[in-house]
Design a protein around this ligand. Structure first.
Ligand code: TYM
Length: 355
């Protein structure tokens, strides 16, 4: 994984927390990703790469959120394939089961259980204001699933079950993490201190990679056109073609700025994959035009993805590797989740247990 390590060189690591007495406690990190569609360089640069870079410094739980994927129509075969593919992507990108718990959400039934309990302290109006719901429902509120509406509460359950302190995500998940804090605070004030209030961990660069065919929209797995994104599995020629066709701004200067959304995005991608600063790149390509820049960018992306893709081929040939990792991860996650749920049920007065 030499290449992936190079890519991660520039990512800051999460500082460990000093406890009284000088001992060091690792920060608890949780994040999730949906097994839907095509995993792309936006997912990688905005999230996965940061998970990998921080994993040795923190106590990590990473979840393939298959229950969330049900909020839009799926098929049995499609979902199965996506879960397997995503597990392979996470391992190929460098998540290490010795350092991180990696599991599938539906293997831990405490997630939907806590979601239901948190529904009781979540307001309808809060969910209606979520921009992701508005975007994904596309104004069709009457016909989308109730799961799409309730989606952020399941996400809150994911995070709160593990006493999470940091949630490394892309910019689009900021609002959901803020809602999670509000839900946790409301629960705590109603039932007593139970949940840790998590913070979103959003890096200054790469948190919002834009679509190649429209730099005003974010790169998206569910985009209608494959020219929107570079999939982590795109071959070298596809990557070159997509970058050649990527929309550019008027003019010919390779510079970043508010009036240059397309070039800003391409420079960000270049910088993150090569470990160079945007100003270094601006200097290098001054007066050389878009063509030379795009040609080099394509090679940088091809080279950065190559080690991940090689590993993906190996993992695809041996599905038992991912199966074992996910089974072990589910067991460890269940242990933590069931202990937490016992406390939560008790706080709420559920069941007919001890007084
Ligand atoms: P999902 O599956 O849409 O995306 C996974 C991660 O990739 C980030 N991301 C991006 N980052 C930069 N640029 C982009 N164009 C881009 N597109 C996606 C996302 O911000 C995310 O970090 N609701 C979540 C999954 C989830 C979750 C959780 C996350 C469920 N439970 C608990 C954190 C904690 C989602 O749909 O991510």
């Amino acid at each position: 994984m030499g290449g992936a390590a190079t890519v991660q060189r520039e990512v800051e690591t999460v500082p460990v927390r000093e406890r009284a007495g000088g001992s060091v406690q690792r920060r608890r990190v949780f994040s999730g990703i949906q097994p839907s569609g095509n995993f792309h360089i936006g997912n990688y640069l905005g999230a996965i790469r940061n998970w990998v870079a921080q994993q040795s410094a923190s106590d990590n739980v990473f979840c393939i959120v298959d229950l969330h994927a049900l909020s839009l129509p799926t098929t049995r075969e499609g979902l199965r394939r996506n879960i397997q593919d995503l597990a392979n992507v996470l391992l190929a990108a460098g998540l290490d089961p010795d350092q991180s718990i990696i599991f599938v959400q539906s293997d831990v039934p405490e997630h939907p259980e806590l979601c239901w309990l948190l529904n009781s302290v979540t307001q309808f109006g809060e969910l209606r204001r979520m921009t992701q719901f508005k975007d994904k429902s596309g104004g069709q509120d009457e016909s989308v699933s109730a799961a799409l509406f309730d989606y952020p509460v399941l996400q809150a359950a994911d995070i709160l079950l593990y006493d999470t302190e940091l949630v490394p995500v892309g910019e689009d998940q900021k609002q959901h993490v803020e809602l999670t804090r509000d839900i946790a605070a409301r629960f705590n004030s109603r039932y007593g201190q139970t949940f840790v209030l998590p913070e979103a961990d959003i890096k200054p660069d790469g948190a919002r990679i834009m679509a190649l065919d429209d730099p005003t929209k974010k790169m998206s797995k569910s985009a209608a056109s494959p020219n929107n994104y570079i999939a982590l599995t795109d071959d070298a020629d596809t990557i070159r073609r997509k970058i050649r066709r990527a929309v550019t701004d008027s003019g010919s200067d390779v510079t970043s700025g508010r009036d240059k959304p397309a070039l800003s995005n391409l420079l960000t991608i270049y910088g993150l994959f090569s470990g160079e600063s945007v100003s270094t790149l601006e200097e290098r390509y001054a007066g050389r035009g878009y063509g030379a820049f795009k040609g080099d960018l394509a090679e940088v992306v091809v080279d950065a993805l190559a080690p991940i893709q090689r590993r993906l081929v190996e993992l695809a040939a041996d599905p038992d590797v991912a199966r074992r990792v996910l089974a072990g991860g589910a067991e460890r996650a269940r242990e933590r989740a069931s202990a937490k749920m016992e406390i939560v049920r008790n706080r709420m007065g559920l069941g007919f247990g001890p007084p």
